[in-house]
Design a protein around this ligand. Structure first.
Ligand code: SAM
Length: 274
């Protein structure tokens, strides 16, 4: 979905974010994987104070209320999504809605009045850190449990010849040196083998030593894996919300760095030979 007319910067950003985030709800696998993770913590959620950070439509906030949370803060910074979440909560049975409070603010500015036991979030970008995991490294409160608590960016080296078609030809691929392209090819789900970046709540973002020297192929692909307690929860490709990023291979190792700015998180990408 693209916005086609001229709007004020603010109106454009709010509506553009809404249209971007609303499409995650097409990804049933993602939602089911997260609901399964949340339900497996029912014991910790029952009677506790919870937050859904970046609540979107508030599905996970409502689930935590349903599982018996004493109080749930649904924190959402986009006013259009916050309005939709509020409408959803109003339609829930009173017994649930009275325990959910919508906070329309950036999560990093949220200062709860007391301890937070469980924080649920889904702020993962296609390159792991390029959406809003940054926020979880800058919270003003310290949750006891964060769901999920980690993630990886994994790499695969493949031969472009096995993926090219009559539109994305070898010549097209050659023009993309240094360019990371999301969704250039369809994932086969066997590609991702080498972790290159890790994020864990509390430890932040950490590069993983790697070398592609022993791998044959002229194309790199990168894909996100959402993890909790060292186990995979869901991954790019299988959950269509996240596609792989592709780029021609120019070396045996890569570096990725991220910069948080007002406009969002920017990724710098480069090749090196080890
Ligand atoms: C990928 S959606 C996830 C929505 C919902 N938690 C879910 O998983 O179904 C991310 C949501 O977080 C919101 N968001 C992103 N960064 C945020 C921040 N720093 N503070 C509050 N909300 C944020 C976005 O507006 C968006 O609604």
């Amino acid at each position: 979905m693209d916005i086609l007319n001229v709007l004020s910067t603010r109106r454009f950003r709010e509506a553009d974010d809404l249209l971007t985030f609303i499409s995650i709800y097409d990804d049933d696998r993602r939602t089911r994987a997260f609901l399964k993770l949340i339900r497996s913590h029912e014991r910790q959620i029952r009677g506790s104070v919870c937050v859904e950070g970046g609540a979107g439509l508030g599905i996970f906030a409502a689930e935590m209320a349903r599982l018996g949370a004493r109080k749930v803060y649904a924190v959402e910074q986009n006013p259009l999504l916050a309005r939709l979440a509020r409408l959803r909560f109003q339609k829930l049975p009173k017994e649930l809605s009275k325990r959910i409070e919508l906070i329309e603010a950036p999560l990093q500015r949220f200062r709860p009045p007391g301890p937070i036991h469980v924080l649920v979030h889904e702020l993962y970008g296609q390159l792991l850190y390029d959406e809003d995991l940054w926020t979880l490294d800058h919270l003003a409160f310290q949750p006891d449990i964060v769901l999920p608590d980690g993630g990886e960016l994994r790499a695969g080296i493949v031969s472009s010849g096995a993926y090219c078609d009559r539109v994305i030809t070898a010549e097209v691929v050659k023009t993309l040196d240094g360019v990371l392209v999301s969704g250039l090819f369809e994932e086969r789900l066997t590609e991702l083998r080498i972790p290159i970046l890790r994020w864990n709540f509390g430890a932040g973002l950490q590069p993983v030593d790697h070398s592609f020297a022993q791998r044959r192929g002229d194309m790199l692909c990168l894909g996100l894996v959402v993890r909790h307690n060292k186990r995979d929860i869901c991954e790019a490709g299988r959950c269509p919300n996240w596609a792989y990023a592709w780029t021609p291979r120019l070396g045996n190792a890569v570096s990725l760095s991220f910069r948080h700015s007002r406009a969002g998180v920017e990724c710098s990408f480069g090749w090196k030979n080890l």
